[in-house]
Design a protein around this ligand. Structure first.
Ligand SMILES: Nc1ncnc2c1ncn2[C@@H]1O[C@H](COP(=O)(O)OP(=O)(O)O)[C@@H](O)[C@H]1O
Ligand SMILES: [Mg+2]
Length: 352
């Protein structure tokens, strides 16, 4: 039975949909996260990645669909039916947020101890006598300090243990957030853009931490990431979203050469994929495409197809506005138009 379980994906998402009023943020999305692997969820801004995390971790109740978490023990949890605190405590799913959320006035060590508060309170039997040292509280307390120290070392934060978390560099705060999530003993760790805003050295330290987690703790990782260098380097499996739908799913290498993915990232229409491929110099993919005439000249030389800013969902191309494929995109366009209209740079009325 144990062998069977190893092959069962740790997370299975089936026909997941999430609507906000008329806006379809996720539409009929299915994918799996294999056990013990790092799965990357990628896609342009507004594609629905954070919304998927919010459904997995119980922040949102999905409009439709099923999210099944299978623990190493074989126990199954239907996450869409559980409140968020049970998803952490029982299903053993932990997450970090796109914007860092730490107790910035507490020390680094305190942040790691607070994460284990629930387990400690359980050990105390929720009684004063329990807290005063009878029963298992003392042992649990020692264990939680040991766990905190273990993750301080893994996250390379030992020498900052007594500093306020708010004093750490951005990269160190990111590692602390991950260490804190690991202190809850998750079987699945969900990270929302952990590499965003990191310098190359910090990004390297993050990669090492994540690869160490996969290697040493056996925790499976679901990672939302914009930095393609990180995705290509550390993920085993990549799922690509655009407008809340899956457009590609597979190994990093197969996803990277998928014309749909390239087009989504560069924000162009399907018919223009050929041009894009010429720009990125991917001749092998160009040859596979029938009837697409290569264009010799592109607006900019790009060494990597994923380099540069992520394109927005609505683009002007060849004088033609591409009609967004979903209400999600229309919303993005609408917000953009509203922002532009409100911009103080644009004088609105006649000069005084
Ligand atoms: N609570 C919400 N209410 C309304 N719209 C939302 C909410 N959360 C997300 N959205 C919309 O869902 C779409 C996907 O957002 P998000 O999941 O944050 O994208 P990503 O993380 O891929 O950038 C966007 O159009 C966003 O505006
Ligand atoms: Mg997001």
């Amino acid at each position: 039975m144990a062998g069977t379980n190893l092959q069962t994906p740790i997370l299975q998402v089936d026909h997941l949909s999430m609507k906000f009023g008329g806006l379809v943020a996720i539409g009929d999305l299915s994918f799996t996260a294999p056990r013990g692997e790092i799965t990357a969820l990628i896609g342009p801004n507004g594609a629905g990645k954070t919304t998927v995390f919010n459904c997995i971790t119980g922040f949102y109740k999905p409009t439709e669909g099923m999210i099944t978490m299978t623990r190493a023990s074989g126990e199954k949890f239907l996450l869409e039916r559980m409140p968020d605190f049970q998803i952490t405590a029982k299903a053993k799913v932990a997450r970090t947020f796109q914007n860092i959320r730490l107790f910035s006035g507490m020390t680094v060590l305190e942040n790691l101890l607070v994460a284990q508060h629930n387990a400690l309170m359980r050990a105390s039997g929720f009684t004063v006598l329990g807290l005063l040292g009878l029963g298992g509280y003392k042992d649990a307390s020692r264990a939680s300090i040991e766990k905190a120290v273990y993750w301080l070392e893994k996250a390379d934060l030992m020498d900052r243990a007594d500093d306020p978390a708010g004093d750490l560099s951005y990269g160190a705060q990111r590692r602390l957030e991950i260490a804190r999530a690991m202190c809850t003993g998750p079987e699945l760790l969900c990270l929302d853009e952990p590499a965003a805003g990191l310098n190359p050295k910090e990004s390297l330290a993050l990669n090492e931490l994540l690869l160490g987690i996969r290697r040493d703790s056996g925790t499976s990782i679901l990672l939302i990431e914009h930095d393609m260098a990180v995705v290509m380097e550390i993920s085993d499996h990549v799922v690509v979203l655009e407008y809340g739908r899956k457009i590609s799913d597979g190994s990093p290498a197969s996803v990277r050469s998928d014309p749909k993915v390239i087009a989504a990232y560069l924000g162009v229409d399907d018919e223009e994929v050929g041009d894009v491929l010429v720009e990125v110099g991917d001749t092998s993919v160009i040859e596979e495409l029938d009837g697409v005439a290569p264009v010799a000249q592109g607006p900019a030389e790009t060494s990597s197809m994923f380099e540069g800013p992520i394109a927005d969902t609505v683009e002007e191309a060849g004088g033609e506005t591409i009609v967004p494929a979903s209400p999600a995109a229309s919303k993005a366009a609408q917000v953009e138009a509203e922002t532009a209209a409100k911009s103080p740079v644009e004088p609105k009325g006649p000069a005084q």
